[in-house]
Design a protein around this ligand. Structure first.
Ligand code: GMT
Length: 381
């Protein structure tokens, strides 16, 4: 197949999944064309059958708000024509599903690629619900030839909030490269991050309010009251200054390391003892899956799609939103019991490999593409 992929190319989980999917598809012999405003950050070297098309924007002074959605539609259209795409797969509905719909409308009947939209999270639970975007988001999702959601939770939310028939939405979970995300990966930075042999707690995110990084620091402060520990914060975003100030005021700043943005994350995760994800909402929680694959047990909130990824009491512990005391108790329990920690660590690795490996999930996408091409994706009403 000749497949176009559009995603946010920077640090978000949706961009990571879209890029990894494209690379895996190319490995399997498909021709893959990424269309976006910047090169996806994991497209770091030449790969056969992989192309990148940058969306050009004219910085004309009249454009106080440059019309990216329209420029993207034009770029998708051009790529579809010149490379005879069979299918366009967009990740995150806004504005990608709309741009793909526009591009398809511009093409001649009979030569139109099918459009698949993958819903990732806040495109449904937050931004897409805003009155300024609701109707066009709903329309664009409905007009897709195939719709996927990364969890059952997100499928149900889409049905509830956008009136899209849940039967039309295929749940295809996120996946990871199990060769890269593993406990025995090299190198390990434990000696640098915790030179005194302290336990390492880790958090990775884009530090937006939805991630509740305050709660990460509060949980850590309670854990550190009980024993030697360090908190490694990976990523960056608007809530970082607040988290730093809180670490100061709780008197734990010297044991909290803010690393900023860092890839690859697997070399950090595979030397952590615990991963904290106390999010307010998480349609899937790719970072939790990455931690599990690296053998790091997860303590998180029981929200959104997280219970579909982290098995409470087996690969991690899930607690009510904001219950930092319970999260700290679970963290201490895991860190203080080597036998329990090893059971969770091994179960997490097994679960990630059995349920979320690239080999397995990319095949599911391929089959879904085939159904959509045969007009059986249930879409385009
Ligand atoms: O929806 C977002 O907030 C952005 C998006 C992203 O690009 O990282 O995150 C969502 O998609 C990820 C990949 O499918 C999921 O792992 C995240 O749980 C999800 N974020 C939220 O639902 C808040």
């Amino acid at each position: 197949m000749r497949i176009g992929i559009t995603c946010y190319p920077t640090y978000g989980g949706s961009g990571v999944v879209a890029t990894e999917l494209g690379l895996e598809l190319a490995e399997r012999g498909h021709e893959v064309h990424f269309v976006s405003y910047a090169q996806p950050f994991r497209l770091d070297r030449f790969r056969e059958r992989v192309y990148f098309h940058e969306v050009e924007m004219d910085p004309y002074p009249l454009f106080e708000h440059p019309p990216y959605s329209v420029a993207l539609a034009a770029a998708i259209h051009d790529v579809a024509v010149h490379h005879e795409l069979d299918l366009i797969h967009v990740h995150y509905a806004i504005p990608h599903a709309t741009s793909a719909w526009m591009a398809r409308e511009m093409l001649l009947p009979g030569r139109t690629p099918k459009v698949v939209t993958t819903l990732h999270g806040t495109d449904i639970t937050l931004t897409g619900k805003h009155p300024s975007l609701y109707s066009i988001t709903r329309f664009s999702i409905q007009k897709s030839d195939g719709i996927t959601a990364v969890s059952r939770f997100l499928r149900d939310e889409t049905e509830k909030s956008f009136g899209v028939n849940g039967g039309r939405i295929r749940v295809i979970p996120n996946f990871i490269d199990t060769q890269r995300y593993r406990r025995d990966g090299k190198p390990c930075h434990r000696a640098t991050l915790a030179p005194g042999g302290e336990k390492i707690l880790m958090h990775i995110s884009n530090f937006r309010p939805v991630k509740r990084v305050d709660d990460v620091v509060r949980v850590f402060a309670r854990v550190r009251d009980e024993g030697e520990a360090r908190l490694v914060m990976v990523g960056d975003g608007p809530e970082r200054p607040r988290a730093q100030a809180l670490a100061d005021s709780l008197g734990v700043a010297e044991d909290v390391i803010f690393l900023g943005k860092h890839t690859p994350v697997e070399e950090l995760l595979s030397c952590a003892d615990l991963f904290l994800l106390p999010s307010e909402s998480e349609s899937f929680g790719l970072a939790a899956l990455e931690a599990m694959a690296c053998g790091t047990p997860v303590v998180a909130t029981a929200v959104g799609g997280l219970p579909e990824v982290v098995e409470d009491g087996e690969t991690g512990f899930l607690h009510a939103l904001g219950d930092v005391d319970a999260m700290a108790r679970s963290a201490c329990r895991l860190l203080g019991d080597d036998g329990l920690w090893t059971r969770f660590s091994e179960a997490g690795q097994r679960s990630a490999r059995a349920r979320f490996s690239a080999e397995r999930i990319v095949s599911v996408y391929e089959s879904f593409y085939q159904e959509v091409l045969e007009g059986k994706g249930g879409g385009n009403s």
